[in-house]
Design a protein around this ligand. Structure first.
Ligand code: 3AM
Length: 195
């Protein structure tokens, strides 16, 4: 049996910005073994991780998300640059940074956290570090892949920035894949205020 999905609330990266990121994923996939780009159809900015999909969790989350979306006006985000979360484990996360819009994303996370806490959800312990994951890297990259990665990290400093307006909040499910990257699917989404 496949493991249960996990849920998270996130901003789906819309049209043109997603297409531009997809082009950059191609360069990552050419680095070789040990670099696993995410799927372009699930590119997102996580605002709140929710954990395993338990019976009833979807409806309480949906109530909170709908209310928070209704109270949050759209805001601009600018993505750019590349960075790495090195963490303690073997896997590292390669991300595109949020150069503008982080305060809006944090405010959204806070409002969601407050609404969820009122329904008995535990508070998120980790502070939100807004980013868009583009690949997962194993700790033991070949010299060639490492050199290619350094080149991409360098190039990303001057690559065009990607601007979009956050207009929707989405509930994603993450389905663990035994082969290849996890698949993300939007279960529901809510328009922000006035959209
Ligand atoms: O959006 P990204 O890819 O950065 O790392 C997981 C992924 O982040 C994160 O939630 C997103 C959807 O899976 N995640 C996984 N487990 C987590 C946890 N226990 C977590 N975030 C916080 N706490």
């Amino acid at each position: 049996m496949s493991p249960p999905a996990s849920l998270f609330l996130a901003i789906e990266i819309p049209g043109p910005a997603r297409l531009a990121l997809a082009g950059r994923l191609q360069a990552l996939s050419e680095l070789g073994e040990g670099v696993r780009p995410v799927r372009q159809d699930g590119l997102h900015l996580t605002v709140r991780f929710l954990g395993r999909d338990e019976p009833g969790s979807d409806s309480s989350v949906s109530e909170v998300a709908a209310q928070v979306a209704l109270e949050t006006p759209p805001f601009p985000v600018r993505l750019g640059g590349l960075g790495l979360f090195k963490g303690g484990g073997r896997m590292q996360v390669l991300w595109v940074g949020v150069e503008e819009g982080a305060p809006g994303l944090r405010a959204l996370a806070r409002a969601l956290s407050n609404g969820l806490a009122a329904r008995g959800w535990e508070a998120e312990q980790r502070p939100l570090r807004p980013h868009c994951t583009v690949a997962r890297l194993s700790g033991d990259l070949s010299d060639g892949a490492r050199a290619g990665l350094e080149r991409l990290l360098d190039q990303a400093r001057t690559e065009p920035r990607l601007d979009f307006l956050v207009e929707r909040l989405a509930l994603f499910e993450s389905l663990t894949a035994t082969l290849g990257p996890n698949r993300y699917r939007v279960r529901s989404n809510w328009a922000l205020a006035g959209v």
